[in-house]
Write a new protein. Sequence first.
Length: 422
Amino acid sequence: MSLDDVTSANKIDERARGHEQPAVATISRSLELYAFFAAIFLCSMNYFRSDYIYFTLADLSFLLCFFLAVANANIVVNVIGKLSTAAWCFGLALLLLGLTASSIVSPGPERGLVVVLQYFYAYFIVLLLFGGRSYEELLAAAKIYVFSILAICIHGIYLIHVIGETNTQFVTGSGRFNGLMERENACAAVIALAIQVLLLLVSLRKLNWFLAICAFIVMTYGLLLTGSNTGLIGCGIGIAIFLLFNLTWRTVVPATALCLCIPLVAMTPLRDYLPDVFQKRVLTAVDTGDISQAGTFGRRFDLIQEAAGQTGSTLLLGIGADQYRVSSAIQKPVHNIYLLLWTEGGFIAALGFAAMVISLLGPALAASRIKNGLPFAICIFATVAAFLAMGNAMTHMYGRFWPVPLLIPAVLGQAFVKRSQA
């Protein structure tokens, strides 16, 4: 074999290796993206989880996506803008610090470790996985998320109106739909947040109008099946903000008609076509003017009063993560995330959580200054407002079904800003 033959063979081997490496990298990036999409689709399906710890099938997909992102060097920390990301991380640090310090001196420090890790995973690791995605990939993720919630609602309608199921994992004994979420109020809240994402996609003209209207009707009916006042209020806040910022002479008539339809349906015989659980838990309270008729409001108000009475003694250090249910006279956690974090992690824990959520207004301000960026700003504002409002009726919010709908509008808005400035 001549020297020229050896040189030619070496060049062929180098070219082969050069083609092989990009191919492997492309496959790895594709697997990372598919794992991310799978996690987005599954994040609200709590039913698929471990029996021993709170670890869902979505968490497995998120974890796979994270390892692939590390291998692909695709970890981007600056997800929602430098200042907003810094504010988010600072708020999260306050939350974790308050819960950790309080749990160390509590009777159950091991529960503190679990809760702190859950919050870290939900609000930091999940945040990182939204980084490194293109605008088109994030749009696809938003559509997948809406489709996921739509599938959950269709599943609930089928169980209640076709099979007539009650007193199971998916439908409570009182007929309330909790579906694959297995939590009625959380299910309603997630549907309310998904509707904001749906409205954003419609505003961007990324969904067919007919399909969007059908999805809106199904998701709204799914929300009614939960019989949740919390979800209904959150959804109403979000839609009201969308309508307020989109009012023009052309849209004022449809908006007015929509607002009038709601009380008309409640006051006419059409109410008989609404879900029974919605009539009992929501309309009964409206008719009588007695808020105690709205589900378990009385018991929850007692818990709120009890927790408010403890805020003075838990200003610096709380009673420890997951310890409220132990110390409470009612033996239940208070259904108010701000009071719960304050009493369990001190004032800085509640302050950190609120600061973290409010930091998402940064991408909203940035998008509002960009041409065609107003829909992102409106959706972010609506989502943050609805999320903060619904937090007044929630316990710990570290389930991965919380940060996903909260972050989708913000990361989409930030991606749009980056693309516009490129």
